[in-house]
Design a protein around this ligand. Structure first.
Ligand code: HEC
Length: 312
């Protein structure tokens, strides 16, 4: 009986572990893709927020500012030039790209949101801090080669924050000729811009050209850790249910099958040693093998009778 029990235990545990691992893998697949979708939703929302900031700055702030300062500054520039006075510095708070980067990068300054970054970069930027680096250049080239693709998503280790991040990139294409005032020919740009940024960088952009990319990076660690934790709790729950079920079945088998069968085996051994007269099996109802016991008891009585008849 012991051997049978060990074999059964091995088979049941074998089946359980295989199922457990398959369950674990498929739950991990579901949890991981759920977490990734969540991160992508966040990234999309933030990228749209950046686009909204850009639109707000170029549609509402820039015209107001132009009325208040730029026009005046142009007049002033002429007046100042007449008077041999200095051209004022360019006020970058009206630049859509600057506004969007400033606002979105505020996010990453808090402890909870460490690792969130937003960048608008270009191969030939006005501000050198926006110069595209290795992986960003690859993305810009990818968009330039595939003009129909409007979005690229990937995961990478951000070396600056040391965080694993998911990035979502969109191409920056020059769709309005108004952009070319400051990014076309240096001679058309506001003198204050030339004064602040020089006439070397960020010029020569063309209409419809893909000049750069907007990239939002969202840290993935917290989300993936949560996914891992919930896979762990699912596996623990499945294992506990299995262990409770297994122990219960084991106890039932021991009480109702193994023990009664042991008694029968013992009896049959006694019979084989010719101690027939005293041997009887219990027939109470609590015994699950009671019909079998009854049958064996009848068989023993008949056997005894036959043997006794033989003796006479
Ligand atoms: C009034 C001038 C002006 C206009 C108009 C303008 N920009 Fe810029 N742009 C700038 C300046 C100045 C910077 C650098 C800001 C900074 O210091 O971060 C800049 C930066 C950028 C950047 C970031 C890379 C870089 O060059 O530093 C992108 C991308 C960009 N602009 C795209 C556009 C697009 C697209 C438009 C049209 C919708 C546009 N700009 C209109 C002045 C302008």
């Amino acid at each position: 009986m012991k051997q049978l029990q060990t074999r059964l235990t091995l088979i049941i545990f074998g089946i359980f572990f295989t199922g457990w691992i398959i369950c674990g893998l498929s739950i991990w697949g579901l949890e991981y893709s759920g977490a990734r979708k969540d991160i992508i939703r966040k990234a999309t929302l933030l990228l749209e927020t950046a686009a909204a900031t850009r639109d707000y700055t170029s549609n509402q702030v820039q015209p107001q500012f132009a009325l208040l300062t730029e026009d005046k500054s142009r007049e002033n520039v002429l007046n100042l030039a007449d008077r041999n006075q200095e051209v004022p510095e360019f006020s970058k708070i009206t630049v859509p790209s600057y506004a969007a980067q400033q606002i979105l990068n505020q996010l990453g300054t808090t402890k909870e949101n460490k690792g969130y970054t937003y960048r608008e970069n270009a191969i030939n930027p006005t501000n050198r801090k926006d110069l595209a680096v290795g992986w960003e250049v690859e993305i810009i080239e990818y968009f330039a080669k595939n003009p129909n693709i409007k979005e690229k998503i990937g995961e990478r280790l951000d070396l600056i924050s040391g965080q694993k991040t998911l990035y979502m990139a969109k191409p920056i294409q020059i769709t309005k000729s108004s952009c070319l005032v400051c990014h076309g020919k240096p001679e058309n740009a506001p003198p204050s811009l030339i004064k602040t940024y020089g006439s070397e960088n960020g010029f020569g952009w063309k209409l419809n050209e893909i000049v750069g990319t907007r990239i939002i990076s969202v840290p993935t660690v917290v989300q993936y850790q949560e996914a891992q934790k919930s896979v762990g709790s699912y596996l623990l729950a499945i294992a506990s249910v299995f262990l409770v079920a297994y122990t219960t079945v084991l106890l039932i088998v021991q009480k109702w099958i193994t023990k009664p069968l042991d008694t029968i085996t013992q009896l049959l051994e006694e019979i084989s040693l010719h101690q027939l007269e005293r041997s009887q099996l219990p027939e109470d109802k609590s015994n699950s093998l009671s019909p079998l016991n009854k049958a064996i008891n009848r068989l023993l009585i008949s056997l005894n009778k036959a043997l006794e008849a033989d003796k006479k």
